[in-house]
Structures are given as structure tokens and as C-alpha cells.
Design a protein around this ligand. Sequence first.
Ligand SMILES: [Ca+2]
Ligand SMILES: [Ca+2]
Length: 461
Amino acid sequence: MNRRQFLAASLMGSAACSLSPRKRPNVLFLIVDDMNDYGFYSTLGGVKTPYLDRLKTTAVTFEKAYCASPACVPSRAAVFSGLYPHTTGAYRNGSDPWTKPPLDATESLPELFKRSGYRTYGQGKLTHAPVGDEKLQGMWDNRPHGGGFGPFPPEEDQVAGRFWGWTPWDGPDSDFPDVVNADSVADFLQRPRERPFFAAFGLWRPHTPFTAPRRFFDMYDRERIEMPPYREDDLADVPELGRELAAVWGERFVVSGRETEDSWRDFVRAYLACTSFADWSCGRVLEALDRGPHAEDTIVVFWSDNGYHCGEKDHWEKTTLWEKASLTPMAIRLPGSPHAGRVCRRPVGSIDLYPTLAEYCRLATPAHQPEGESLRPLLDDPETKWNRPALTTFGEGYASVRDERFRYIRYPDGAEELYDHEADPNEWSNLAGAPEHDVVKRKLAEAIPAQFAKSLGGRMG
Ligand SMILES: [Ca+2]
Ligand SMILES: [Ca+2]
């Protein structure tokens, strides 16, 4: 969206609704961490997410929603700024983008809400990168409680470090920050409010370590769970830099992954348990919203910061440019929408959330121009035409473009991948070398930025 379109959209919103702050909708912004498509889009059988299933019956679900970067910090930086990594240089975890130009001086989404008269409230894992004190106060009216990734598995259950391992947890639920934070958010949502609010709840699961209350592990019989699709020779047709991304987490995933079928099965089961745990935590907050005074005038946005591999392409993490790491759960519930329960199949990005909310909530115009596109046309008609492919990058020159049918990847050395999702949903057959696909490749390549901002640093994994 360019500035003129943005202003026009803001004005249209103002004209359509009362300018009274009381009439502007509240927002519940639910962020899950590393949740892939298994349960949300039912791409793996048997994954139990009953609360999110219920949310989907009241929302528009975006079946092809992609992150701007397949890692926590840069993906969130893009959503909270509305700017792509190739514009900010925030490509990687560990880049501390909010303390450096240009993001240190960029108005984040919560800051924009606050300046527009909203009360802002945050809990849990939000930007997941240091934010200076002044900026933090500009974002949130409260002091967010993070809580961290724990509890960690006992040493005997760890795999190459405390982050990697899995354990059914027998301590109290309150050992988990997600439970404590969900309680706080539920309490916030149940109180009457004078001003409209933007309430953000960032969960720490299903991100590693794979600890969750035991009852979520008990939902899955390890011998009977469906295992992710896998092909032994899958990486043979992948360019060197793609194989490098798959291997970036190193030996620890040889230990936790397919080295033995048993450990792979345990790994998948633990990820599913943590997915169901995150579903339950979201459900507690959604039920509190629906029981409270704000059920009828609150927009719910649900999204994950990136997807996740559980062994596909010999990878047990995120940080690749493939479908598994870039496809993310996303749903938007608008009060009174006639399209509740529908599925939108157009490719969109979580980068689009900033302009979408700015439009619906009639926020002030930010000083910078958000690069996403308001999803309002798709929320008005989930089948409307949409000619914008989704872009995911992971470093200077690393780009992945997804339209409704194809994924095209280009690495800094010019090497390519092309997958036809109609015939090959697992991205097993790289078609980039076939001349008959030159036209498709050229068209998708148009969405790759001509220039990539210099990287702010950080690490590949
Ligand atoms: Ca993440
Ligand atoms: Ca392959």
C-alpha cells in the first residue's frame, strides 16, 4: 500500500464509522511461537487443537499466510513495524533490531495504537528482542511480564543443552509463564474499559524446550501418531546454500531427529503436546474474552511468528525458506463478520497485519509507510482477486516467494528452487531446472527485492 492508498483507506474508515473512540474496536493480538500448520490447517492427522478449531468457526482463516522471516526476532520485527527485513536489515535472531536504525526510530504497532488513544497491554513473548526503556514505555501502558522459555527438562532428558529435550511436566501448571500470563490477560479482558484497548498475548510454546503439563503428552500415543512426510533423498536436488540452512542447527538434531526412529517419534510427540498446550492457553484467553464485556466489540488476530520442521528435509527447527518454516497459522475474527468460518486461500503475510489493524481501528497515520497490504478486501470477500505473492527472506539475497500454486526460492549465489504445490505439497521435486517453468520463475522473481538492506547481524540459527 502506498501512502496515498493508506490515507484514502484511513479516511474511508473514518467516514464509515463514528469518530468516537468508544466506537473503535478493541484488539486481542494472540501470538504463538513456532507453531506450524500441523494442527491449525490439519496437515498432519490427529493433532488436537480444539480451542483454535473453535476460533476458526468465528474467524476468517488464512490458509496461505507466511512470515516475513522464519525466525522469532525478525518475524516479529516485521509484524510490529510493518517493514520487511530487506528494508530494515533485521533478518536474523540476535540482531537486536529495535535498538538500531531504522527500527529504533520506527513507530511500532503498539506505539501507534497508544498514540491513537488506545490503552495498550502486553504479556509474554512480544518483540523478543531488547527494546530501550523509553520505547518500551511508548509501546505498553503496563510493564509486560515475559516469563521466559522454562521450565526446562531435567538434565537427563536434555539433548545437547537445556533448550532441546522433552519432558511431560508433573509440577503445577503455574510453572509455565504461558499459564501465568494467560491468567493476567484473561483478567484484563474481563474488566470494563473506558478506552478501546490493544491487548497482546505472546505465548512461549510450542517453542522448545518441549515441556508441557503431562496431560498434553498423554493426548498422544507415541506408537500411533502420524509422522511427518519424509523422503530419504529429498535434499539431493536442493542447492548448496539451501542444504546449509537445513544443517545450520548442527549435530544436536542428529541426536534428536532421525538417528533413531524412536527419538524422532518422541520429538514429534513432544511438539504435538506443546502445540495442544498452546491451543489450551489460547483457549483460556478466548473464553475469558467471550465471557466478558468485550466479546462483541473486539477484533481477534491469531498468528504464529514462523512455522517449524519436525524432520522434513532433514531439519528439526525453523530458519529455512521452505513451506514448512514459512507457512504460519493465521486467523482474524471481526465482530459481526458475515464470513465467520470461511477460509481464504490467497497468499498473505503477517507483514499485512500492521496496515490491516491501522485501517480497522482508524489509527493515526504512522510517520513511515507500512509495506504490507491491508487485508480488508479479503476480509470483505475471502475469494476476491489478490495478485500479491507472499515474500519471506532470511538474509541478504535469500528470498522465497509464494503464490497460490508455486514456491520460488533464490539464494545469493543465484541458485534456485521451484515447487508446484498442486502436484507436490511437500516440496520434494525441485523444478527450477526445467525450461518450461521459466515464465513462472520470472514472474515470481519480480517479487524479490532489487535491493537488500545491509544485515544488522545476528546468527543463522
Ligand atoms: Ca518463533
Ligand atoms: Ca527434493
